[in-house]
Design a protein around this ligand. Sequence first.
Ligand SMILES: Nc1ncnc2c1ncn2[C@@H]1O[C@H](COP(=O)(O)OP(=O)(O)OP(=O)(O)O)[C@@H](O)[C@H]1O
Length: 324
Amino acid sequence: MIAVSHLSKQFKTPVTKEGRFKGIRTLLSRDYRIKEAVSDISFSIEPGEFVGYIGPNGAGKSTTIKMLSGILHPSSGEVQIAGMNPHRERRQVARRLGVLFGQRTQLWWDLPVCDSFDILAAMYGLSSEAKANQLNQLVDLLDLSPFMDTPVRKLSLGQRMRADIVAALLHNPDILFLDEPTIGLDLIAKRNIREFLRSINLELGKTILLTTHDMDDIEQLCGRVIVINDGRLGFDGTIDGLRRRIGLPTLIRVTYRNAIMLHDLQTEDSSLKIISHEDRSLTVACNREQLTAMDALKRLEQLGEIEDVHMDEPDFEDVVHRVY
Ligand SMILES: Nc1ncnc2c1ncn2[C@@H]1O[C@H](COP(=O)(O)OP(=O)(O)OP(=O)(O)O)[C@@H](O)[C@H]1O
């Protein structure tokens, strides 16, 4: 559905001059600095996948999304969206693609929400029946009816984001690029938007590429995560795969029926490390790269009869910070 091959983007910016008339001298200067914002990135996304595209500030995420949606032309490499080139076949690609930039709205600031939808429907050449069908469904699902007649500038951030999601989906695209769709929202608004995105992915089979700094979005929604850092691809795989690669340990807390003696526990390798021990309870750090949770429990069972087990997976936010 989405194929990206050796994609790179360089930006050329004039070097700022110092001293008198520096503005004019910078403008006339032939000294340029080259910034490699995206560097030799390749990945492909299958229909119906929900993929997180993450990285620190300035990593090259928005630049990638802009090249995928045909807004920017790559310096080298190739992008195909549903077999089409988004730059050369921009109109055809636009029909298959919905794009949301959470930090900006694509609605008309002073117009009521419903007027913005009318303009967008006309731009996409939707029949009045197709528009009504889409709006009936989306307005209901995202609970937009109470403010359809309100000017966009008067909406709360959560209402505006829901209206922008409807705008991105109005022409019923099968691919969605979402750049920070939950930015600045409260917990309930985030939860509602996540539920909606999950349902359009699972029930309607939309292919979604999500860029966000909110690791809860990624953990709750994405089956796969692509990490970009300083323009380069750092990881492409499942969230569990990312956890395993970073190797932060899982903490296993075990309570035994009776007091235990520690000398029976095999800890000679680095796969299982004792963190604390108190009479009947034991906490160990298990390196899941080297030892499965089942095998760790088998070793722990040798110390006595287990009454209760509690496992703490490494926090995903910590995992991601290690990749950055
Ligand atoms: N038009 C431009 N001209 C020059 N440099 C640019 C331009 N657009 C982006 N850059 C630079 O390219 C790099 C990648 O920027 P980009 O906006 O893609 O990052 P990002 O991962 O989306 O960051 P953030 O999470 O902060 O939004 C940055 O160093 C940025 O300053």
